[in-house]
Design a protein around this ligand. Structure first.
Ligand code: SF4
Ligand code: SF4
Length: 56
């Protein structure tokens, strides 16, 4: 099950730098995760300062 980014994302960019498989996509208001690329490593979940990344 891939991780997903919720609506509390502030687009800070921290998770983007953390992901080892380029699964996180930048957005203006919110970032998102491409499920097919996510390898479920959980690194982004721990990195998010607003706890906006949850297991989907
Ligand atoms: S769980 Fe790992 S692979 Fe999936 S989006 Fe987060 S950092 Fe990237
Ligand atoms: S670290 Fe959290 S708040 Fe920052 S871009 Fe990623 S999901 Fe959004």
């Amino acid at each position: 099950m891939a991780y997903k980014i919720t609506e509390t994302c502030t687009a800070c960019g921290t998770c983007f730098e953390t992901c080892p498989s380029e699964a996180i996509v930048k957005g203006d208001a919110r970032y998102s995760i491409t499920p097919d690329k996510c390898i479920d490593c959980a690194a982004c979940e721990a990195s998010c300062p607003s706890k906006s990344i949850v297991q989907g």
